[in-house]
Design a protein around this ligand. Sequence first.
Ligand SMILES: CC(C)(COP(=O)(O)OP(=O)(O)OC[C@H]1O[C@@H](n2cnc3c(N)ncnc32)[C@H](O)[C@@H]1OP(=O)(O)O)[C@@H](O)C(=O)NCCC(=O)NCCS
Length: 198
Amino acid sequence: MSSDLVTATDITEDYFPEVIYHLRQNFFADEPLNKALDLCKRGQPHFELERHCMLTLKQGFSRMLLTQDGRIAGVALNGILKKGEREEAERRLLEIADEKFKIIFGLLYKVNEKIDLFSNYNVQELFECRILSVDEGFRGRGFANTLMADSIKTARTAGFKHDLPLVCMECFSFEKGLQSRRYGNLFPKSMREPRPEN
Ligand SMILES: CC(C)(COP(=O)(O)OP(=O)(O)OC[C@H]1O[C@@H](n2cnc3c(N)ncnc32)[C@H](O)[C@@H]1OP(=O)(O)O)[C@@H](O)C(=O)NCCC(=O)NCCS
């Protein structure tokens, strides 16, 4: 997918450092929950967030928008979550020292537990758009929409069906509680049909 300004492409391993740099400059500081808790200053690294991003990047479903001169305009870090992995991640969270990170991810895991998509749709795996980030200088031009549409295509190519609605976990705001917004800090998900048992 391409437009006059940007081209959507896979995030290959050679781009991982540049993507992490982009996230430090943008998502880490600007995402609403991170910002509300002042999780990190712009440009700063964050061990746990970067671990989370790298694990997702290594799954190979992430996409980015590149400008004609090769700059990253935005990224969608997509991954597959298997049933039971959230519970495992919640247990791991108990061992983490970073209290702010624990609050944010604790909240996300609780919401996921509550909506329980695995049981509700009787699936073993979910396709998640975990991180959606557009460079500050490129916002308001529809790039997040482009990344979302592109991620849905990626999910389909990976075998996930899409006749179920794409669930966009909406945006948290500490002032207003859980809000209904098109893009949130949480996880848009679509589902793949359960695999036949071997
Ligand atoms: C949120 C973000 C990805 C939006 O990127 P963008 O390229 O400016 O968004 P777009 O121009 O594609 O706009 C997409 C839609 O979201 C809406 N939107 C954009 N920013 C929004 C925000 N902060 N809150 C609510 N809605 C927003 C737009 O009005 C638009 O709605 P429409 O399609 O109905 O017209 C970008 O501001 C960003 O990277 N923020 C920091 C990280 C973050 O919060 N990521 C989201 C959670 S993972």
